[in-house]
Design a protein around this ligand. Structure first.
Ligand SMILES: Cc1ncc(COP(=O)(O)O)c(C=O)c1O
Length: 369
């Protein structure tokens, strides 16, 4: 299966002959504050426990997740990253047909096809800002009768946030076809829990919510996520996991991260302010369309003849900035890139580099005209 994700700093550093830390990674959308001091201390404390096996029940972490997401503890299943849960679903849920609201995270399709499911896409269009209309989606459910429906909120890569009221309605509309809604809320922490549909999904028994702690808490290298579902489904998924799924350091880090409310508030304030400023500034550059985003990344469309692949290459080679070429997303073409929202100096570095690249391209164009 092709690897088509952001965050490939090690390969980029090998290509450039530099250290990974010299690359400004905007291709994976990770909290720019990095590890909180509370998580750093928890990781150091966890080192002392490394000679022992992890708690196989991840009890403290599971209790902390249940309290944080306001669901019963029996509804929580911790895992080493939400990607592991995405790969578990087609093995545990009976069925063979899935529908994905796209453009979307590619692991849904990878996991499904690996387990011989048929994958169909419900495409949202950039031309109307990736608007989600329920009726056409429900019609597709009726026509295709999928056992699984994948939807990400806020959407990746568009950054669109669907109202939780719309998702609760979708949940109801999944009932006639018996479709299980897989609601991926990997970036929901950047929007705030008031936008989450987790409690409604868990209560309905007709869906599963995937949460990731890797983006908001900057734990991507540690691997930590969870599923929230009705207890029976959470138990079935859990039975399919190998023992000691979540390592000791990830368990300690998760508990410390969820308790750090100051870090969460600071992150949301920083990301909201910087995202709005970055979006405004980028929108003023010629040849770039910025899509409105509620997450910690922005999707950009480049005007022809600029391609995402060429811009990605130039930004890396000349500026050591890594952006996500989104041409591999089903439903997007060769002109889309995604950039993470970072700190002010890092965002300024991107703006400066993009400005230079656009000027160079303009120069080339007028020479050839
Ligand atoms: C939408 C979405 N869901 C899930 C994931 C997986 O996150 P993790 O496996 O790190 O928890 C990603 C990672 O990029 C993502 O973009």
């Amino acid at each position: 299966m092709a690897f088509d994700h952001g965050g490939t700093i090690y390969a980029a550093a090998r290509q450039l002959g530099c250290h990974p830390s010299e690359i400004l990674d905007l291709s994976a959308s990770i909290n720019p504050l990095g590890l909180s001091s509370a998580v750093r201390s928890a990781c150091l404390a966890a080192l002392e426990q490394v000679p022992h096996y992890p708690d196989p029940a991840a009890k403290r972490l599971t209790e902390a997740l249940a309290a944080h997401f306001r669901v019963p503890v029996e509804s929580v299943l911790a895992a080493s990253g939400s990607t592991h849960l995405i790969h578990l679903l087609p093995q545990v849920v009976p069925g063979s047909r899935a529908l994905i609201v796209a453009p979307a995270f590619s692991e849904y399709a990878h996991a499904l096809t690996r387990h011989h499911w048929q994958v169909d896409y419900h495409l949202l269009s950039p031309d109307d800002g990736f608007r989600l209309e329920l009726e056409p989606l429900v019609e597709e459910l009726r026509r295709r009768q999928p056992q699984l429906l994948f939807l990400c909120n806020p959407a990746n890569p568009s950054g669109t946030l669907y109202p939780s009221r719309q998702l609760r309605e979708l949940l109801d509309r999944c009932a006639p076809t018996g479709t299980l809604l897989v609601l991926d809320e990997a970036f929901m922490d950047f929007c705030g829990e008031e936008h989450s549909a987790a409690a409604a999904v868990v209560q309905s028994g007709r869906g599963i919510v995937l949460r990731s702690l890797t983006k908001f808490y900057a734990l991507a290298g540690l691997r930590l996520g969870c599923a929230l579902a009705a207890p029976e489904l959470a138990k079935r998924l859990g039975a399919a996991l190998p023992p000691w799924e979540v390592n000791t350091m990830a368990q300690f880090a998760g508990v410390a991260a969820l308790a750090d409310h100051d870090y969460a508030a600071e992150t949301r304030e920083l990301v909201t302010d910087e995202r709005d400023l970055l979006a405004d500034t980028l929108a003023r550059l010629p040849g770039i369309t910025v899509f409105p985003s509620s997450a910690n990344y922005l999707l950009l469309r480049l005007e022809a003849p600029r391609t995402a692949a060429r811009l990605q290459e130039d930004l890396l080679a000349t500026h050591r900035i890594l952006v996500r070429d989104c041409s591999t997303f089903v439903g997007l073409d060769a002109r889309f890139i995604r950039v993470a929202v970072r700190t002010r100096p890092e965002n300024e570095r991107l703006i400066e580099a993009l400005g230079q690249e656009i000027q160079t391209a303009e120069g080339e164009r007028s020479r050839h005209a």
